[in-house]
Structure formats: C-alpha cells, structure tokens
Design a protein around this ligand. Sequence first.
Ligand SMILES: [Zn+2]
Length: 455
Amino acid sequence: MPAAAGPRAAHALAATDREHEEAMYHLGNLLGLDTSNPPGNEAAAVRYVAGVLGAERVPFEVVEPVPGRASLVARLSAHRPDEALLLSAHTDVVPADPARWTHPPFGGRVADGFAWGRGALDMKHMLAQSLMAVLIANRRGLVLGRDLVLAAVADGEQGCANGSLHLAARRPDLLRARFCLTEAGGFNLRVGERVLVPVGVATKGFAWLRVTAKGEGGHGSMPDEESAVWRLMGALRRIESGLVEQRLCGASIDFMDAVAACLPGARGLAVHALKVGSSSAFLRRVMPDREQSRYFAAITHDTAAVTILRAGSSENVIADTAEAIVDLRVLPGRPVAQAVEALAARLGDDVDVTVIRSGAATVSERRTPMWDLIEDAIGRALPEARVAPWILPGFSDAMAWSSLGITTYGFAPVLLPPGFSYSKLVHAADERVPVDGFRWGLDVLLDVVAGWCCR
Ligand SMILES: [Zn+2]
C-alpha cells in the first residue's frame, strides 16, 4: 500500500510520530465509547474530547439540548471568525450487533493493521484527526491567520435535530466559519486503471414518511381484500423499484463525467448514457457490482425505500390499520415538500402520508480556495489520484452548516488498501479503518488546515 506515514513536507502543522501515535490513541478511546444512536449518549464522547482539550487549555463550549445528547464546539481564535475553517464530526454511530463482529464493535481494538469498531469510518476517525489537528495547532503556539473550529456533534445518524441543527438554530455564534470539512469523501476509489478521490459537494434531501392504510378489521378466518394490509401493499407496489423519478444535479453529472473519463471506450460511454436514462436493468448491465449500481441509481434518481412495516397483533385477527415507514431521498434542485406531494399522489388515495422528519438537500460551490487546497493536498499525498466532486446519497451535518452559509465539503481523508470497500463497511459489521490510511488522512487534513489557517 502506498501509504506515506509521517509528514511529506515541512509545513507548519506537520505531525510528529508521537502525535500520530497519540491520534491513534484517541481513536481507540473514542471507538471504545458506545454512542449508538438511538439512544445516542454522545455526552460520553463529548466528555472525552472536553477532557483532552481542557488539559491543554483549548477553549470550548458544550451544548446539551437533551440530557446525554451533548455537542462540543472548540475554537482557536485568530480573531477572524467569519474566515474560520470548521472541522465537523458527528460522535454518534449506528447500532452494532456484537455477534456479527470479528472484534467487539466498542472495544477500540487494533489488530491486523486496522482499528476495529463501529464508527471507525463513520466517523470517529475524522473526530480523532480533527481533535489532533486542533491540539497540534494549539501546541505549536502558531498565530493562526484564520480561526480553526472543531465541532463534535450529536445525532448525525438520526436527522441531526439534537446536534448540528440545534446548534445552527440556537448557537450560530459558535459556528461562524467560511468553510467546513466533514463526511463523506476523501478516500481513494479505484475506477478502471485510475484512482479518484471523491470530495462531497452535495447531499440529498430526505423525508421520512408514515404511510397508513385503514380497513375493517375482523376474524382471520374470513379474509377481506380491502383490508388495511392489502391496501398498504397495493400502494407500496407502486414504488417497488425504489426509483421514484429520474433526475440529475450538477454534482451527479460531474461525478459521472469523472468516472467516465477513467473508463476506456464503451464502458465510459455507458456511464455517460446513464445521464440520459438509467433503468435498474441498464444500471446493472453497466455496473455489474451491486454496490456501484445502487450508488449510481441513487445519484440519478429521487428514491424511496420501505424501511419499516407494522400491522396486526394477533394470529387470527385482521388488522384495521397497517403502516409503513418510507425513506424518501431527493436530489438537489427540487424542494423536498414537492417530492413528498408527488410521492403521495403516486401511492394513491388508499393511504395517508404524513412527514415524520425531513431535511433539505445541500450544494456547495466548487470553485473556492478551499477546493484548491484539497486538490493540492491530495496531489502531494497521492499524486496518481484525481479529486472528483461527488454527491452523498444520504444527509450529513452539511444540512446544518450550509443553512448558516458555510461552504461545506465531504472530506474526511483516509487511504484505503486495495480491495477495501468503503461503502460495504460503513454501517456494516466489522467496520474498521486501516491504521496507515488513518495516519495518511491526518497528514492530509493537517496540510489543508495549515494551508487555510496558517497564513
Ligand atoms: Zn456519518
């Protein structure tokens, strides 16, 4: 693996070997904290980060809208708050079933060259790197040209209401910044014979919908085709493919162009063709890898997935209510409310649709000095790679930071070994981050931080 451990250039914020070790130590400790969301318990991670920062007199504030759901914001001030670079990481993780893991998901164990644990890639690795970046900047006693801000936020996995969205609404004073780096992007992706490093410039909007059908209940011995369950099933069949509407946005076009440029001849042309029309069958032909075809479907469509079904409580009673939760994802360029209306119309009159929670899509300007710094840093750290703008099919804290006018990029740098699939391990069993790739990411992040803040 071409991991270049240690600093590549003598820039102001290069980490020493000891500091690389220290970053690994913090990562292990953070992975050892169970911050599964639900319920969250992010206060445990915030206490840890607060302890580390407090010991080195880095000023911070903790905001806790609900007991246990704490977020922390630290700022190294250069008295230019509006020019700040914000490093943002959510501290919560999705739940993990220990029975399916090689090493305990909350053990913080390092084995076989990897740090294992829920959140290793999503996204405690960036939390540890960002914490280290702040510590190093502070220790060097550098007069920063621009503020450096660290946000360790709750609730990144469940809609951000108790984390970044709360901070953006109630404490925007803490988050004054011009640029933000957060998930997801910054890893190496092999496409054909080339390497891309995707950097997030957009996130999809979302709406979690409760879809309810009612019918007459009754005895299970006398079926009724008009029952709540069958009405619900009839409605859900209309979105069976999951692909609600073919649409495109600038970020998906840019990413597909970058991928097509890596693929010779017919394969490259086929990727371009996805922009015109991408049925599930065509997608699978162009992208035999299921993970890839699902991603490309998601960046060329508004999508809807049925995530929860509920009906009935007894073996011999026909339920009078049936309910599905549908996860609708909307590409930038169309209000989420409009997409909800269109979906409700498609599901038909047999069901009621109500919105449980929703959030807007985000888009970040690409021609910025921060983008150039990212390209330069990747150019130094991984010369064979090309930086490519991409779109996250999920949401991220970009939702909150974009609402404050902060240009936010998905850039949580990590170098992955050959054959290691980022998307297959995030939210899955055996989530882990390569130790060398984590250190590489710290160097890249420091390079970008130095480029922006130390001038
Ligand atoms: Zn995440």
